[in-house]
Write a protein that binds this ligand. Structure first.
Ligand SMILES: C[S@@+](CC[C@H](N)C(=O)[O-])C[C@H]1O[C@@H](n2cnc3c(N)ncnc32)[C@H](O)[C@@H]1O
Ligand SMILES: [Zn+2]
Length: 268
């Protein structure tokens, strides 16, 4: 069984009526949807940390249409033998739901800094431990997971290494050089591909890269979904209103999706 750690004092949290409580009487309400907000006020830089509501809703609509199915299937394949899995920066839970379907016996946990995202994830009803909290202060005891997943999300190698058991695996997904290139071409004059967070892991002594899988596919995004695709990427903040207008007029957008799945093993 998975146990949350009190973010305030580090003692275990136990469920008492509709809240989590530690022996020091720190309490955290369990929301109606079944997640818990463990974000302490001193950890919040803004009132709504993490991605904005609009970004999260757009990501959910877009992902639910299956445009990244090929990635979800590959992630599910790579988690084959997992028993205790933590999705760090789980967003609105698209990948967690697919993992749940792939491995019904999995002990599944997910955290994200955005309350909106975690609430939507909880609504997927996937029998998972879900908490609003930062990837830099994971609310779990040491070495409790055999697998961690990080898909396009911020990550702390130290914290991730702490909660992973020895020989535990980190499955990390980031963008390839061709990812959404034709979308980017509509927005920037010069394109500098986003490199993902791999450097962080390459520098972390505790992790060793075991394998890398490349996934590349051409997709055709329906005109009505182009706005959601734009909204869920950092590109949105760089688009001028006239570019958004132009994108909104497109009957469809053909673009590559391109990902790397890096699998690291915790060896110490
Ligand atoms: C690009 S989204 C990816 C979400 C999800 N993994 C997916 O692929 O659909 C990045 C996520 O990281 C979350 N996030 C941002 N900063 C964070 C932090 N410090 N700790 C945990 N999550 C964070 C955002 O709220 C957002 O849901
Ligand atoms: Zn406490």
């Amino acid at each position: 069984m998975l146990i949350f750690k009190c973010p305030h004092c580090g003692l275990p949290l136990t469920v008492e009526s509709r809240s989590y409580r530690c022996d020091n009487n720190h309490t955290y309400d369990i929301a109606r949807e079944g997640y818990v907000n463990l974000l302490l006020s001193q950890h919040k830089k803004s009132r709504h940390p993490g991605d904005s509501k609009e970004m999260i809703r757009s990501r959910q609509r877009f992902l639910n249409k299956g445009y990244y199915q090929i990635l979800a299937d590959a992630v599910a394949q790579s988690t084959g033998r997992s028993q205790n899995l933590l999705d760090i920066g789980c967003g609105e839970g698209y990948y967690m739901e697919i993992l749940r379907a792939a491995i019904p016996s999995l002990h599944l946990a997910g955290i994200d800094m955005s309350k909106t995202a975690v609430r939507l994830a909880a609504k997927r009803k996937m029998n998972a431990h879900l908490a609003v909290i930062s990837a830099y202060a994971l609310p779990f005891f040491d070495e409790v997971f055999d697998t961690a997943v990080s898909i396009f999300s911020p990550i702390s190698p130290e914290e991730t290494g702490r909660v992973l058991a020895e020989n535990g695996r980190l499955i990390m997904v980031g963008p390839g050089e061709e990812h959404l290139r034709t979308l980017a071409e509509q927005i920037y004059e010069r394109i500098v591909p986003h490199k993902g967070n791999y450097d962080l892991l390459d520098d972390a002594a505790a992790f060793t890269l075991q394998s890398q899988q490349e996934i590349k596919q051409s997709i055709i995004v329906d005109g009505e979904d182009v706005h959601d695709l734009l909204m869920m990427t950092p590109y949105y903040w760089h688009t001028k209103p006239e570019q958004q207008e132009k994108l909104a007029q497109l009957p469809q957008l053909e673009t590559n999706i391109h990902f790397y799945i890096n699998i690291y093993e915790k060896l110490e």
